[in-house]
Design a protein around this ligand. Sequence first.
Ligand code: AOF
Ligand code: ZN
Length: 372
Amino acid sequence: MNHLHYLHRCLQLARLGGQGAFPNPHVGAVIVYHGPNSVKGSGFRVQGSSEQSVIIGEGYHKQYGSAHAEVMAVASVKDKSLLKDSTIYVSLEPCSYHGNTPPCTDLILTHKIPRVVIGGLDPNPQVAGSGVDYLRAHGVDVTLADDPSPFIDLNRRFFVNHYYKRPYITLKWAESQDGYIGGRDSEGTPTQVAITGNNVKAFVHRMRASHHAIMVGKTTAAIDDPSLTNRLYPGGNPTRIILDRKGVLPPSLRVFTDAQAPTIVLSEKETKSAFPHVKRHVMVPWPAPIEEILAFLYTDLRISSVLIEGGANLLQQVLDAGCYDEVVRFQGKGEIGQGVAGPVLPRDYAFDHHLMMDQDWVSMKKRVLSLS
Ligand code: AOF
Ligand code: ZN
């Protein structure tokens, strides 16, 4: 049986789910009927097999709170009597608990589907292998893909959240040809310098739109006075998170005055917020290392992904702690001469993707998730 063929079809279907599935994973399912009396005309012969196999149902998880992929696939099968001679392929382990929807494992048992082939185990602690155990305990023949990596990669954020109990982290910065992310004035105070062009801006706004939150350190908030909103790409604004340990940032900054997006300020000191869209969280003692802040964001504030846009200190802390999943570095063509040096990447770090936007380079890399 060519399991990979059908599992890859599950991946294609899962991707149709789009943004609507969030925070649930993207999941696709395919039901294949095998038998000598296969549906005439539409079947195809699997290479090396005398058996005719036909896809009789397909489905994917479309919308948070709505039917799971398996439910949609079963619903699409016209002749339900074929299910007892079929295999259901699913990109993610079928769920075995009652959430917004009933367990998919019960659906499989109810329809007497004898075989299940799964791309990857569900990292959600409410499932985490119990779907497989439950099905096997009820006599279902369950097979797991030899290599779960494409199925993990499909839901990178979902896997990172459950495995590491932190948001999915993307690091982003722009540096000059000579490696500076900003300038310094004659007194040594950091200054803002334009490094990349307009095309990069739209790309960055797309990154903002695709993250749940965006985070910067105190110095970046003070020097650049960024709004941290998405104004150039379709989609919403991320929640803005500002690390202001001493609570010294002035209320005149855009992240406070511009109510386009919620702002969360983390400090060790109680400070009053003059704006309803600004929430303050006191953290005492101030969490160190940075992993504790990330864990707090995920566990207490349910933030699932964070784009970290600077400054150099914050980026370096996260790089040193190794708790990041993606890096996007922009390089402008100009030189600054002296200023604030960009973050230092780990020794032997190699970007795996480069592209040019006008005169600027973009270098990217997604971490290979090894989740054992
Ligand atoms: C599946 N098939 O298509 C998806 C699964 O609240 P609920 O009922 O929607 O359950 C959400 C959880 O179910 C989610 O966190 C993940 O563990 C699993 N997602 N499982 O069998 C699906 N989307
Ligand atoms: Zn389910």
